[in-house]
Design a binder for this molecule. Structure first.
Ligand code: URP
Ligand code: ZN
Ligand code: ZN
Length: 462
């Protein structure tokens, strides 16, 4: 039943200033009142007792790839299956990457992705548009999209001959974006150097998946971040670094921010909780972790957590890019360069992070909510409609039982892919309910929401 007015009673509510035991009154899908525990029980609205549970804003995952071209074929989740997985995992808004077609424009990318998601997504959504080549009319299309509520675009400094921009093109895109109030999301890796190392490895017979890591040393990320910051400064534009994986890159971002530059950064769940040891798995199993940038030594993992603590890194995304081992990753059995890059994670991002950040105490509840919901929403131009429990915000709410547990398994996941990055992990904490605009969409690990419930959300950055 579609019930969008009710009271959540007595939960430990994660508010921006800290946690507080409170009642939340939801009316017509929005947060109407936040009041002391017990004060809203007699309003005549249905009451859901969440005493002893944590109530947080719905997760905001600003980096997903649904039904996106990758190698031969597409990522395996559609906007329907991927958003169902997101909802079950406590994420109520995604910002998905819409790739510019090889012969097409930024507007084509937006049109195609709008058609894919409309009526399919079960939670609210928006897009970043990936800019992989410049063309006559690029700047005006970018401006049109900003007006439409798409203020962010991704560019690649790797994958030469495919989507990589050279430094001049990067400067052009940044300069245009800066003038139009848009944000450029940068995939920062030195593509030229990576291609040469990878070719050398393969020539010497090192073709197994684990060599993906050796082909992309930490310095290929650190150098690209440093160069992109310099180019963004020359272009007088803000820059946002996606999927940072190294301590050195975090230090570059921190130094730039200290100089007052408008630089921000995200990392991903897998870089915080896994390390390069997975590449030592026997046979072809390491292909599960062929994602880009690769997983790193533990010292980088620690550096990323430090970045989250200090604020140099503000956002944790999933970079959900699901590709099956059978029929997709297997294409690179004889040459790691042919393994399509990416791993699944939209379903597990929130609870893997909750386990590490809250249950194991690496960040605490308030900072966890900041990096998993509030700052992603702020950075994407969705705040305060999304990412916060505040009067007037959408009633996107997640109820977590801190005494429960969650087991990750490919056999039971909703993600439409034949493995899970955290297979067999038992996480502290279990999601009881997930509400999207006041509608119950997931309960105790099951999707219970209406089909096609998701709405496109226009985003505006200030
Ligand atoms: O391996 C990854 N991350 N694939 C997704 C595409 C990207 O670069 O974000
Ligand atoms: Zn990327
Ligand atoms: Zn990505």
């Amino acid at each position: 039943m579609k019930q969008t007015s009710f009271v959540l009673h007595g939960g430990t509510v994660a508010l921006p200033g800290g946690e507080s035991v409170a009642d939340i009154v939801v009316r017509d899908g929005r947060i109407d009142t936040i009041t002391s525990s017990g004060a809203a029980e007699h309003l005549g609205l249905p009451v859901v007792n969440v005493a002893g549970k944590v109530v947080m804003p719905g997760g905001v995952d600003v980096h997903t790839h649904m039904d996106a071209p990758s190698g031969i074929g597409h990522t395996t989740d559609t906007h329907r299956t991927g958003t169902i997985a997101a909802a079950v995992g406590g994420t109520t808004t995604i910002v998905d990457y819409a790739p510019q077609p090889k012969e097409g424009t930024l507007l084509d990318a937006y049109g195609t992705w709008s058609d894919k998601a409309a009526g399919e997504a079960v939670i609210d959504y928006s897009f970043h548009v990936t800019a992989s080549h410049l063309y006559e009319g690029f700047a005006s299309d970018l401006a049109t999209l900003v007006t439409e509520g798409i203020p962010s675009f991704k560019v690649f400094m790797a994958y030469k001959g495919d989507v990589m921009l050279d430094d001049g093109e990067l400067f052009d895109v940044l300069r245009n974006a800066g003038r139009k109030g848009a944000q450029i999301n940068i995939h920062a890796e030195n593509g030229d150097v990576i291609d040469r190392i990878a070719a050398d490895l393969v020539r010497e017979g090192m073709t197994a998946p684990k060599y993906h890591e050796l082909a992309r040393p930490a310095q290929t990320e650190v150098e690209a971040v440093r160069r992109a910051i310099a180019i963004a400064e020359m272009a007088e534009a803000p820059a946002y670094f996606v999927h940072l994986s190294t301590e050195g890159a975090v230090e570059e971002v921190a130094a730039a921010r200290q100089r007052g530059l408008p630089i921000s950064a995200e990392t991903c769940t897998h870089y915080l909780t896994l390390n390069r040891s997975v590449y030592d798995a026997p046979g072809f199993d390491a292909a599960k972790y062929v994602l880009t940038p690769p997983l790193r030594e533990q010292e980088h993992v620690e550096g990323l957590w430090r970045g989250l603590k200090t604020g140099a890194v503000g956002i944790v995304s999933s970079d959900h890019c699901p590709l099956c081992m059978h029929g997709q990753k297997s294409l690179g059995r004889d040459d790691f360069r042919k393994i399509p890059n990416g791993g699944p994670g939209v379903e597990h991002r929130l609870m893997v992070l909750y386990d590490a950040a809250v249950a194991q105490g690496k960040l605490g509840l308030t900072r966890f909510v900041e990096v998993a919901a509030a700052e992603p929403a702020r950075s994407a131009g969705l705040y305060p409609r999304k990412g916060v429990i505040a009067v007037g915000s959408d009633a996107d709410l997640v109820i977590i039982d801190p005494n429960g547990t969650t087991t990750v398994s490919a056999d039971t996941q909703y993600q439409h892919v034949d493995y899970a990055l955290w297979e067999g992990w038992t996480l502290n904490g279990a999601i009881n309910q997930v509400y999207s605009r006041g509608v119950l969409v997931a309960e105790d690990g099951k999707f219970v929401g209406p089909e096609g419930h998701g709405e496109f959300v226009r985003r505006f950055k200030n």
